[in-house]
Ligand binder design. Structure first.
Ligand SMILES: Nc1ncnc2c1ncn2[C@@H]1O[C@H](COP(=O)(O)OP(=O)(O)OP(=O)(O)O)[C@@H](O)[C@H]1O
Length: 239
């Protein structure tokens, strides 16, 4: 599950109306950054995990930084970059993090550089951030393609998540979240608030009702944006 993160960047306000230009990616151009966002528990991680599994050579994710102790089986730069508290706090002050947070006395954070590293490997970087972080990435360097993962209406939400719980209980290895009625209501009201405030930045809305269908829709759309002409803000045309 995602944890609540602090904000690593200064506040940038984006205009609601912008002039746009058609854009098609040249073969030598880096892939657009794919931002996945949505209310807590809607399924952002699940969709990201499925995309990664579907084509690990093509999709990748950033390696987070942490101050927690490295476990025996973990390798530096694979699961995490392990840094001291002093270094982490210095990096916060230097605005190195897009998002950071504290969990059980340790810091965790995603740096802007780690996004750049994935893109430099000629892979599609899948980044899961809160909507207020989009502004820090809204530039010609990243040309973010922002996907909002939205919950379906509450009756469908109850049904789809209940079905997942039953399926998971037949497979001991799957860890499935047990949602309460309050979780569903929070998810829907939070999605509404996000759409009201940031809807103008969402280029694609995927309703996560049936997981397999939501995944296929997202995968097909991500494949299309690599070759098709899309509208981008005209400010992104100039580097
Ligand atoms: N369409 C769906 N149908 C049934 N279960 C789903 C669906 N989408 C996600 N889930 C399940 O819901 C739970 C929460 O999903 P996930 O962890 O991906 O959410 P998230 O948006 O990343 O939330 P968090 O921010 O809390 O991590 C998981 O157990 C996942 O398998």
């Amino acid at each position: 599950m995602r944890q609540k993160m602090g904000k690593g960047h200064v506040i940038i306000h984006l205009p609601i109306y912008q002039e746009v230009l058609p854009h098609r990616r040249n073969l030598e151009e880096p892939y657009r950054l794919v931002i996945l966002t949505g209310p807590v528990g809607v399924g952002v991680n699940e969709l990201k995990r499925r995309l990664l599994l579907s084509d690990p050579e093509h999709f990748s994710v950033t390696v987070p930084y942490t101050t927690r102790e490295q476990k025996k089986q973990e390798r530096e730069g694979v699961e995490y970059h392990f840094v001291s508290k002093h270094t982490f706090e210095k990096d916060i002050l230097n605005h190195k993090f897009l998002e950071y947070g504290e969990h059980k006395g340790n810091y965790y954070g995603t740096s802007l550089d780690s996004v750049r590293r994935v893109i430099a490997e000629s892979k599609v970087c899948l980044l899961d951030v809160e909507p207020h972080t989009i502004a820090a990435l809204y530039s010609s360097e990243f040309k973010p393609y922002v996907v909002f993962v939205k919950p379906p209406p509450i009756d469908r939400l109850r049904l789809s998540r209940r079905k997942a719980k039953v399926l998971a209980s037949q497979n001991e290895q799957t860890v499935t979240k047990i949602f309460t009625e309050e979780d569903f209501q929070d998810m829907i009201s939070s999605a509404q608030a996000m759409e009201n405030k940031y809807g103008h930045l969402f280029e694609k809305v995927v309703i996560n009702d049936d997981l397999a269908l939501a995944f296929t829709e997202l995968r097909d759309e991500l494949s299309k944006i690599e070759t098709e002409t899309r509208w981008i803000p005209n400010t992104w045309a100039h580097v």
